[in-house]
Design a protein around this ligand. Sequence first.
Ligand SMILES: NC(=O)c1ccc[n+]([C@@H]2O[C@H](COP(=O)([O-])OP(=O)(O)OC[C@H]3O[C@@H](n4cnc5c(N)ncnc54)[C@H](O)[C@@H]3O)[C@@H](O)[C@H]2O)c1
Length: 497
Amino acid sequence: MSDLAGLKVVVAGLGPMGRDISRVFDRAGADVRVVDVSPEVTEAGLGKIRAEAESAGEAVSSISAATLAEAVPDADVFLEAVVEDMDVKRVLLAEVAALGRDELLVASNTSSLSVGEMGKAFGDPGRVVGMHFFNPATKMRLVEVIVGGGTSEAVAERARELAEALGKTAVVCRDSPNFVVNRVCRPLYYEAQLLVTQGVPAGVVDAAASGGLGHPMGPLTLLDFTGLHTHLGSSETALREFGDPRYRPIPLARSLVRSGFTGRAAGRGFYDYGTEKPRAAIARLRREPGSEGADVRVIAAGPDARAFDLPATTGGRTITLYRCHGGPGEGDVAAVRKLAGSGEVVVDSSDGRWLDVLPAGVGWLRLHRAPAGDLFAEIVRDDVAKVAPTPAATAVVDAVGATSVEVPALPGLVVDRLAYCMVNEAAGLVEEGTASAGDVDVALTLGMNHPRGPFETLQLAGAPAVYEALRSMADLTGDPRYRPAQLLRRQAAGARP
Ligand SMILES: NC(=O)c1ccc[n+]([C@@H]2O[C@H](COP(=O)([O-])OP(=O)(O)OC[C@H]3O[C@@H](n4cnc5c(N)ncnc54)[C@H](O)[C@@H]3O)[C@@H](O)[C@H]2O)c1
């Protein structure tokens, strides 16, 4: 690639991000000069860049060490990837402002700080823009282009073009805490942790996220990988910046961090790596389809009978799967009772209100079709509420060939709770004008490798169903975390016949 041939780029800060970003510009043909805190540290960083490129089978063509005074005066682009500390960035930007040309484009790879504030520190906010690369920047295709309060349109557009010239996909986002990907994933992490505090094993949460939503890595495995201290820090920032109690960190994260259990690197976080690694815990808790469904014919009934096609089943034992993804209305409870009077019935719903009305002997599960097409089920087992999986529930899961986990009777169960809380956050973000729905979906699929973006999930489930599910969670818990975005409420109203 030589899309950026002749472009003079300065990268400051040779941590993992600055090193990878330098290589990405180098690959695209730019002339890259790198700077760290001293000539010695810069040389060491450049040495690492060469070694990392070599171990990836690449050669570095045009990266050299420099000082700010040498590199900035004739540079076209200055990109900072120094420590995530506004004071450090502020001092650096003032120095660059004193050295650079009037045309210099200044980009920051910050993952959480205000681009507008950096623009002010630079002294010419129009020229400062966020270019948030994802780790590892040599592989991840997404760049969030952050438009600060004072960023000029031309500079935002130039940053977008630069990202595309690097072979990346850019999404544009207004300067707002956590930008897009980390913001939409915040409730995913919060709900995952809350589920653990509510008694759900970490392996069940992670199995549900990968089995039901197709996430390549469950949220708790991911938090352990990135470090709970980092997550806790960004959670505290989110709470402070938004001033909304729904962003308050989960006490469990704080207590784990205080005890030094910060995740995989520390040997313990949500998982205890000395005892059982996430993959083994997930495999132990996930049930593969067995033989209980060999002679079973599953008949779908209820308002969501046609939610998605079930595999054809044949057999002498008939079980009715009453699919009612929303809350149970009086008619649903009466229908389930009637069906239970003459045969075996299993309710398919994640709505926590079924706990109050589920007739004795009726099974309870929630069946999902994951993005890759596989079926995944959450089977409700709640020893406290005395809900046991019925033989019919197991038989249905086996007959349709679903993998499954057992979950307690909590509102939204696990999969819908995780998915819909992300949809809600994404809807709030779009409503306030931070990014477009299309860009949010692109960001989540490229930045997190989620097979579906939140708006695709919304489209599939339908706004009325997602809105109802969130309202039910909010009613049953009283927690503002589940307060539906007004945009969802309006979309739900607009979608009703
Ligand atoms: N690590 C990630 O996963 C990730 C992902 C996206 C964005 N980011 C952001 O990218 C930036 C860098 O992240 P990192 O993880 O590579 O950081 P890091 O803390 O590992 O490395 C920062 C580097 O900057 C250098 N530095 C500090 N002050 C400097 C100055 N005044 N001039 C030049 N160099 C200076 C340090 O010596 C160090 O080499 C941060 O803003 C971070 O929030 C990080």
